[in-house]
Design a protein around this ligand. Structure first.
Ligand SMILES: *Cc1c(COP(=O)(O)O)cnc(C)c1O
Length: 462
């Protein structure tokens, strides 16, 4: 066949649309989308014929219909899909950070379904305030005077700096000029807010005196002292940093603000669960920080949100700032956050909030599950599987280097890359360790045990 013959042999769009298989696609995906995709498939076939140097060949209607079907299926599959997190990293930013509690999910569904009191005061029959939702609960649990919820913690920090330090100096230790990931760098946020960065001290040692000197230098026009949690790294050895209490005392002498970006923002003490101590929100308040900000979807275990707490007068000023409207949270977020905070108030966080359930999961329970999973895999495949001791991590920029003991499902396969690729195709994200593929039951939700075994069995080399 010559190229021209091959081009002429291609069916016309109208003809292809009458093909029974394409008709089926039309009822499944609707006419417009099917027509558009059919055109694309034909165009691609034309281009292939023109590019081809050897003998030309036209695909038949059947083949083109199959291509259209594949493309339609790909196009209509959501890109945001559920996954099984077998990595053992509890707060996994790439995997959506944290699952929500059942009650939080139900609360989201409820506000999604109906009209609601997002900005309506039912009692007075008037417009109400969006900012009341969740704020009272976080204040009650932490003892803060006032709270404001925004879209995420990065916007919380941007808002605080914009409102209180525009064209003024923000003093920060050199050890805290961090990058968190996703391009979030403290110096960049500072620039964006219009604040002037005044870095003091050194990478490993910064003293209160360094802060005092920067404040006393009037050309700096210091307005705010900022402490930022190191997030995902640790400085060890010969190090010093002023405590928040010291910074608060200094700021009072000079009538400045102290702001604490806690990052993860633990509401419970991680040291009670065999981990190192992650600074808590309550400790920052007690130390005298004027404003504290942290994430809703890290150790708190709720939806993506930024939570700002602190002195009423300051929080009210933030609430009135024009940027606040641009970073406001939506109703789904507020519903899930309120419900998550209620778990803390009811002392049921470790039973109801997945992050805390995973952190507090008894090692015996993990071993029992790992053993049962291994047994199920052995019964259904020839995979070489063992249960070995291992380590889980918290992740999410909290407790770097800290681990929790766990039991791992360890699989020995000849072609590791191929095996994990197949697991990914079955929506399982595993870890590779010492030439083995390992799955950590700690981060695998109980409801997913069967799906995990299915995926492992299906991915086993035949
Ligand atoms: C994670 C983190 C942020 C960003 O929080 P998001 O809620 O992801 O926007 C800011 N500061 C610190 C110290 C963090 O760890």
């Amino acid at each position: 066949m010559t190229k021209n013959e091959a081009l002429r042999a291609l069916p016309a769009v109208e003809v292809l649309l009458q093909h029974p298989q394409v008709q089926t696609l039309q009822s499944a995906y609707g006419r417009s989308l099917t027509v558009a995709v059919t055109r694309e498939v034909l165009q691609a076939a034309r281009e292939r014929i023109l590019k081809n140097n050897g003998a030309a060949q036209a695909p038949g209607a059947e083949q083109l219909a199959k291509q259209a079907s594949r493309l339609l299926s790909k196009l209509t599959t959501p890109s945001l899909q559920s996954l099984i997190n077998a990595t053992g990293v509890i707060i996994h930013t790439n995997l959506g950070r944290v699952p929500l509690s059942q009650a939080a999910r139900e609360a989201m569904m409820a506000v999604a379904k109906d009209y609601n009191t997002l900005e309506y005061d039912k009692r007075r029959g008037k417009r109400g305030s969006r900012s009341i939702h969740a704020s009272d609960l976080i204040c009650r649990f932490t003892g803060a005077e006032s709270a404001l919820i925004v879209n995420n913690n990065a916007s919380a920090l941007l808002l605080i700096l914009s409102a209180f330090a525009k064209r003024k100096g923000v003093v920060i230790s050199r050890s805290q000029l961090i990058e968190i990931g996703g391009g979030f760098r403290i110096p960049d946020i500072m620039k964006q807010s219009g604040a002037k960065l005044i870095e003091v001290g050194t990478t490993n040692r910064t003293h209160v005196r360094d802060f005092a000197d920067a404040i006393e230098d009037e050309s700096n026009r210091a307005a705010l002292l900022l402490r930022v949690h190191h997030s995902n790294f640790r400085i060890v050895g010969f190090t010093t940093e002023p405590t928040l209490d010291e910074l608060a005392a200094l700021s009072r002498q000079h009538d400045l603000l102290v702001v604490d970006d806690l990052g993860s923002g633990a509401l419970l003490d991680t040291a009670d669960f065999g981990l190192g101590h992650e600074p808590t929100v309550q400790e920052s308040l007690a130390a005298g920080a004027d404003l504290i900000c942290f994430s809703g979807d890290k150790l708190l275990g709720g939806p993506q949100a930024g939570i700002i707490i602190g002195k009423s007068e300051l929080v009210h000023k933030l609430a009135r700032h024009p940027l606040t409207r641009a970073v406001r949270p939506d109703k789904l977020c507020l519903a899930a956050l309120s419900t998550t905070l209620l778990h803390y108030l009811r002392d049921e966080a470790t039973q109801q909030i997945p992050v805390w359930r995973m952190i507090s999961m008894p090692i015996a329970e993990i071993e029992t599950r790992a053993t049962a999973l291994a047994q199920a895999v052995r019964e259904r495949s020839k995979l070489t599987v063992e249960v070995i001791p291992g380590e889980s991590t918290v992740g999410g920029g909290s407790l770097p280097e800290e681990t929790l003991p766990t039991h791992l499902l360890a699989l020995q396969v000849a072609n590791i890359e191929k095996f994990v690729r197949s697991l990914r195709a079955h929506n399982v994200i595993a870890r590779i360790q010492d030439n083995r593929v390992v799955c950590d039951p700690r981060t695998i939700l109980n409801k997913d045990d069967k799906q995990l075994v299915d995926a492992l069995v299906k991915s086993a080399p035949s």
